[in-house]
Design a protein around this ligand. Structure first.
Ligand SMILES: C[S@@+](CC[C@H](N)C(=O)[O-])C[C@H]1O[C@@H](n2cnc3c(N)ncnc32)[C@H](O)[C@@H]1O
Length: 293
């Protein structure tokens, strides 16, 4: 696990390993005890703790932020996944639900382009973004510049959440947010994450999930085929090569659940209310809220 932190002043734990990105490789060095980094322009620091990033993870990362990231950007620019509508609803929700200052943990934040817009004019006091990708976090930092709150960006694997949280001064949040990142996990992992989120939320807090969701009775393969048919028909600005990469990614990595399964998880874990704030007309994507009592 490694972390990229942007913050005013960082106390590193002894024996942390710092990795400094140098274009396509990393420079690794040991941090002396009581090392303190003061921000001059913007601190860029990747802290490795005890855990190793697996080779597969870093391969996925490189792949995602090679050609695939450009394709994802094209999809966002053309609103192929409905970000504009969904994040407008999210913006309204954040304004209305959080009347007091609130702390947000955003897992798989990517470049935070839409999240930063959704956070405008809200009462956000602290934002923590976690992503595997350093280039995405560099862009996230620029996108979040317009948001007036404390911001910490961590390059880490959210499946190692405990280690990520060790880096933070406080581990309670008013909202935990995941957008198009949970569906890569298998069902047991999803359950485990959502249970952890319940523990990490303050009372009255809410886990907000934006994700692809299967229709009732629709199995995973049928969902993937249906989604890819929609993409083939409607995503006209993707090249054949782009489309093939999207298809390959979905076939390998997408495991959406039905709304009912997510609601059952929510009830079993003890969230007091589960609500769907948005479902797109094609029945592929939803914005779901899990409320903690
Ligand atoms: C489809 S993008 C979504 C980005 C953004 N949340 C959005 O809605 O546009 C998925 C993001 O999750 C990140 N991601 C996937 N698995 C991750 C993991 N295990 N730990 C941290 N980030 C992860 C990817 O690097 C990528 O930025």
């Amino acid at each position: 696990m490694f972390a990229l932190i942007f913050s005013e002043k960082i106390q590193l734990s002894p024996d942390s390993v710092v990795r400094l990105p140098a274009t396509s490789y990393f420079l690794t060095m040991r941090v002396p005890k009581s090392f303190i980094l003061r921000r001059t322009y913007s601190a860029k620091l990747i802290v490795m703790s005890h855990m190793q990033t697996t080779e597969t993870k870093s391969q996925n990362l490189q792949e995602f932020f090679g050609k695939q990231w450009q394709i994802y950007q094209k999809m966002l620019d053309n609103n192929y996944m409905g970000h504009r509508e969904i994040y407008n609803i999210l913006h309204e929700f954040l304004i209305n639900y959080f009347q007091k200052p609130f702390r947000m943990l955003d897992l798989g934040c990517g470049d935070a382009s839409f999240t930063s817009q959704a956070l405008l004019n809200t009462n956000i006091s602290c934002y923590y973004g976690v992503d595997l990708s350093i280039p995405a976090l560099e862009t996230a930092k620029e996108n979040l510049a317009k948001i007036n709150c404390d911001k910490t960006l961590i390059s880490g694997d959210f499946s190692q959440l405990d280690s990520v949280l060790e880096l933070l001064p406080e581990n309670k949040f008013d909202t935990i947010f995941m957008s198009f990142a949970l569906h890569h996990q298998h069902l047991e992992q999803k359950y485990y994450f959502i249970e952890q989120f319940h523990n990490l939320l303050n009372s009255g807090g809410v886990f907000i999930l934006i994700d692809v969701v299967r229709q009732p009775e629709e199995d995973r393969d049928t969902y993937v085929r249906r989604y890819l048919d929609i993409a083939k028909q409607d995503w006209s600005l993707l090249t054949q090569e782009d489309y093939s990469m999207v298809a390959e990614h979905m076939l390998l990595s997408d495991f959406p659940e039905t709304q009912q399964t997510l609601q059952e998880i929510s009830q079993k874990i003890g969230f007091i209310k589960f609500e769907c704030l948005y479902c797109d007309v094609l029945n592929t994507t939803q914005l779901l809220c899990f409320y903690k009592g």
